[in-house]
Structures are given as structure tokens and as C-alpha cells.
Design a protein around this ligand. Structure first.
Ligand SMILES: [Zn+2]
Length: 306
């Protein structure tokens, strides 16, 4: 395996759409939010996108022969990747044993992916919020992979509206209670994850290892966005662009993660109507004002000028 294309950013930014489309390229395998693989492996009721439990999934079950996928392994991954590990990891204050264990585990997982699929690029869309905040840094600096960071952003107003209108994915799937003040929490999470991605990328990734993509561009100009992504990771994506133009369905494969779209087996990129492109238009006065005060500055920084 040569490269990891790491989709960083916050939830509800269309990462599953991009991940699935790229995963239909012969040189690419997309695995979704693979940071949660071992957690999901040990949790009853969590399933791979193919519909099988992870232990029964034909794609993932062979991994158990090369790595121990226990609760202890899940905790080891969190110790390195969660946001509270930021200082110890950046200051190199975690034990050499933990670093070596993390490096070996990730090398085993990504080697397994390369060997079973023949792909040279893995798309990992674990993003960079909460439990996976340090992952893109750790895969690059501890596990020593060539990580290309694709920072996928979405207009903060749309993100807020998505949470206000629909709630969190975890609540929708019945794994968590609905959140109080989902719009306020969404703006907080969106701000932290995007600022964090900007800061870490600037400090630790060369300019040719960081690219920012607006979700809205992916939806309105998919060919242009896919072309830029292909150039970023060094693959020809014309066949994917042709398929998007034809309105083809894309196979979802064996993605890990918390987005309900993955259970559809295939997805199609479709043009959105005006109302769908501006989901924030029905936010109430409280939410609109809250966003204007706390989110507008970052929205402008990410290229959303009003
Ligand atoms: Zn599967």
C-alpha cells in the first residue's frame, strides 16, 4: 500500500459520498470510518456496510487472523487517537511501547487491506472530531504512512441545520439518546474539528499533502472536484467522472462507520434542488443569530462568504 487518503473534518459533510465514489476506482479501496473498526467488531448490533456483522463479513473476517481485535486493542487505538491524547502525543510523552503497538497494529490493518484488495490507495474517512482527532497525525507520524489529508468542509449553517432537523447519526441509529440543543453542539463540534484540522495540517503536513474540498463543490461540480482529488493522490479518475455523468450507482462495499447511507448498498450522486442546497433557510431566529455570532468567522475562513 502506498498512500492513505485521509478525509478529515466533521460529520455531515458528505464524506461517505466521496469515499464511496473513490472506492469504485480499481486502485482504491475505501473503508469508511475505520478508526471504529475494533470498537464495532466488539459491539453487538454494529454491522459492516455489506449488512453482515464484522465477524461474518467476508472482507473483514480475515483480519482477525493477523491481529487481535479485542477491547484492549480498541482502547489502545483510542489512547493515541482521541482528542484528550493531543498533548501527550504531540509532546511525544506516550510510552515507546504504546507507540510501537499502535504502529504495528495500523501496519497490519493497512497491509491486510492492500493484500486482500490489490489497491495502492486506502481512503480512510474517520475524520478529525473527538475520538479520532489525532488519527491523521498518528497515521503519518507514528505509523509512518504517506498520508494525504483531504479536508472536506461544509457550510456551517447547513451542518447546523442537518443536526437541528435530523439529530445525530448515533441517535438516529438508536445507539444514543437524542442530544439537547443539537444546533449549538453542532456548531461547537464543527468549529473544533475544522480548526483542529487546519492547525495540525499546517504544522505537520507539507502543502502537497493537504487539500481542502467544499462539499457543495462536490455536489454541484463533481467532475472538477474528482479531477482535483485524482491529481492530489496521483490517479486518473476519468472513469469515475464518466460514471457520475451517467448517473450510475456506486457500490458501497465494506465501509465501517456511523452513517446510515452505507446501508443502501449503492449510492448515486444527484443534483440538488435550490431548497436542498440551502438547508439553513428554515433555521429559526435563535439558531441563525447563534451561528452569526459563533460560526460566521470560521465559515468565511473556509471560503463561505455571504
Ligand atoms: Zn462487509
Amino acid at each position: 500500500m502506498n498512500k492513505i487518503l485521509y478525509v478529515a473534518g466533521w460529520g455531515r459533510s458528505g464524506s461517505t459520498v466521496l469515499d464511496v465514489i473513490l472506492g469504485n476506482h480499481p486502485d482504491v479501496v475505501s473503508v469508511g470510518e475505520v478508526t471504529y473498526l475494533v470498537d464495532d467488531w466488539n459491539a453487538s448490533g454494529r454491522r459492516c456496510a455489506c449488512g453482515a456483522s464484522y465477524t461474518d463479513c467476508s472482507f473483514w473476517n480475515g483480519l482477525a487472523e493477523v491481529e487481535s481485535l479485542t477491547e484492549e486493542t480498541a482502547q489502545m487505538v483510542r489512547k493515541v487517537e482521541r482528542r484528550s491524547a493531543t498533548l501527550p502525543v504531540l509532546l511525544d510523552a506516550i510510552s515507546a511501547k504504546l507507540k510501537e503497538r499502535y504502529r504495528r497494529f495500523q501496519q497490519d490493518v493497512f497491509s491486510y487491506l492492500a493484500e486482500t484488495t490489490g489497491a495502492s490507495i486506502v481512503v480512510d474517512s474517520s475524520k478529525s472530531a473527538g475520538d479520532a482527532a489525532m488519527r491523521f497525525y498518528a497515521l503519518s507520524q507514528i505509523a509512518e504512512f504517506d498520508v494525504h489529508v483531504l479536508h472536506l468542509v461544509r457550510d456551517g449553517r447547513s451542518t447546523m441545520a442537518s443536526y437541528v432537523n435530523k439529530g445525530s447519526n448515533w441517535a438516529l441509529e438508536g445507539h444514543a439518546e437524542p442530544l439537547l440543543l443539537p444546533g449549538v453542539r453542532a456548531v461547537g463540534g464543527w468549529t473544533l474539528a475544522n480548526l483542529w484540522t487546519l492547525a495540525v495540517s499546517k504544522m505537520y503536513f507539507r502543502s502537497d499533502r493537504y487539500m481542502r474540498v467544499q462539499f457543495e463543490d462536490l455536489i454541484t461540480h463533481p467532475a472538477r472536484t474528482l479531477e482535483a482529488t485524482g491529481a492530489f493522490i496521483g490517479i486518473d479518475v476519468d472513469m469515475l467522472i464518466d460514471r457520475v455523468r451517467c448517473g450510475d450507482h456506486f457500490d458501497v462495499g465494506h465501509n465501517v462507520g456511523g452513517n446510515r447511507i452505507r446501508h443502501n448498498q449503492s449510492i448515486q450522486l444527484r443534483h440538488k434542488s435550490g431548497a436542498e442546497r440551502q438547508p439553513w433557510s428554515n433555521l429559526n431566529a435563535f439558531h441563525s443569530t447563534f451561528f452569526a455570532i459563533f460560526g460566521q468567522w470560521l465559515n468565511s475562513k473556509l471560503g463561505y462568504n455571504w
